[in-house]
Design a protein around this ligand. Structure first.
Ligand SMILES: [Zn+2]
Length: 198
C-alpha cells in the first residue's frame, strides 16, 4: 500500500515536465536505421493482463497523458532506436520512474553499460513493480517486462550477465522518467510522513 501511495504522490512532481517531446518526433524517433535492430530492440506482442493493474486509464486518457513517442512505446509495445533515446548514456545519480504511473522502477546504482544503446539495469528497485511476460513474437523467445502498477511496456529482460550481478533489464527510455537523487530522497521522506499520518 505504501508503494502505491508513493506512486500516486509522485504524479504531481512530474506534471510540469510531461509532454516535453515534440509530437511530430514520434514516428521518426521510432524508425531504426539499417543495422540498428537487435533482439532487444524489436517490438513486443504480448498480452499484458490489465485486470491486475492498479492504475487503469482509457486509451484517450493515455494519449492525453503521454507524448506520442511515450504512448507508442509504453502502450503499444513499440521500441525506440538504440543510441538515440534519452537515457542510454545518462550517468546521473537518481531514480527512474514509470512514465505511465510514476512508480519508482529502477535505481541508477544498478544501471550499467550494456553496449546495446538502451538503458540497462541489473535489477528493478522493487521486484513486484516489474512484471515479466513470455514474448514469442518474431520467431524468438524473449521475456517482455512491464510496470505491474499500470501495465506500461518497459522492454525485455535477459539472462546474459553474471548471475551474481542480476539480469539485464533492457529498457526503453520513453517508458521512464528520471528524478535526481536529492529530489527522490526528499520525495520519499515527504511521502512517508503523509502515508503514516505523522
Ligand atoms: Zn506504471
Amino acid at each position: 500500500m505504501l508503494a502505491l501511495a508513493l506512486a500516486v504522490a509522485a504524479g504531481t512532481l512530474f506534471a510540469a515536465d510531461m509532454k516535453t517531446t515534440k509530437p511530430t518526433a514520434a514516428k521518426d524517433a521510432l524508425e531504426c536505421a539499417p543495422g540498428e535492430k537487435s533482439a532487444c530492440g524489436l517490438p513486443s506482442n504480448v498480452v499484458i493482463d490489465m485486470s491486475k493493474a492498479k492504475i487503469q486509464r482509457t486509451d484517450a486518457e493515455w494519449q492525453e497523458r503521454l507524448t506520442p513517442l511515450q504512448y507508442q512505446v509504453a502502450r503499444l509495445q513499440r521500441t525506440e532506436p538504440p543510441f538515440r533515446n534519452a537515457f542510454w548514456d545518462k550517468h546521473d545519480d537518481g531514480v527512474y520512474f514509470c512514465v505511465g504511473c510514476d512508480t519508482p522502477l529502477f535505481d541508477s546504482s544498478t544501471k550499467f553499460e550494456s553496449g546495446t544503446g538502451w538503458p540497462s539495469f541489473y535489477r528493478p528497485l522493487e521486484k513486484s513493480f516489474v512484471g515479466v511476460e513470455r514474448d514469442v513474437s518474431l520467431g524468438m523467445i524473449r521475456d517482455e517486462v512491464h510496470c505491474t502498477v499500470c501495465g506500461s511496456h518497459l522492454g525485455h529482460v535477459f539472462d546474459d550477465v553474471p548471475r551474481a550481478k542480476g539480469k539485464r533489464y533492457c529498457i526503453n527510455s520513453a517508458s521512464l522518467r528520471f528524478m535526481p537523487r536529492k529530489n527522490y530522497d526528499a520525495w520519499v521522506a515527504q511521502s512517508t510522513v503523509v502515508s503514516t499520518g505523522k
